[in-house]
Design a protein. Structure first.
Length: 85
């Protein structure tokens, strides 16, 4: 049985403004605040600042995200060329 998305209201902990979107309530994931564009983590029915959430899970992660980066992966439309023999 497929689980349905629900209209969920988020309260951004950075700018204290509310916004809503459709989301699977049992899902953990990231979302950008529609007002201030802060990167947020939605987990356990709550909204957290992304880096603070990761720091709470593993103290090795910097609370402010300093020294971290982003990795984006996209599927290439063209197959990789075969290596020469």
């Amino acid at each position: 049985m497929k689980k349905a998305q629900c209209r969920i209201e988020f309260l951004c902990p950075e700018c204290n403004k509310k916004f809503f979107t459709f989301w699977f309530p049992e899902k953990t994931g990231t979302i950008d605040c529609l007002h201030c564009e802060a990167l947020l983590m939605f987990a356990d029915g709550m909204t957290y600042p992304f880096h603070e959430y990761l720091h709470a899970q593993d103290p090795r992660w910097p609370k402010d995200g300093a020294g971290t980066g982003c990795l984006s992966m996209e599927e290439d439309e063209e197959p990789l060329a075969e290596e020469p023999a």
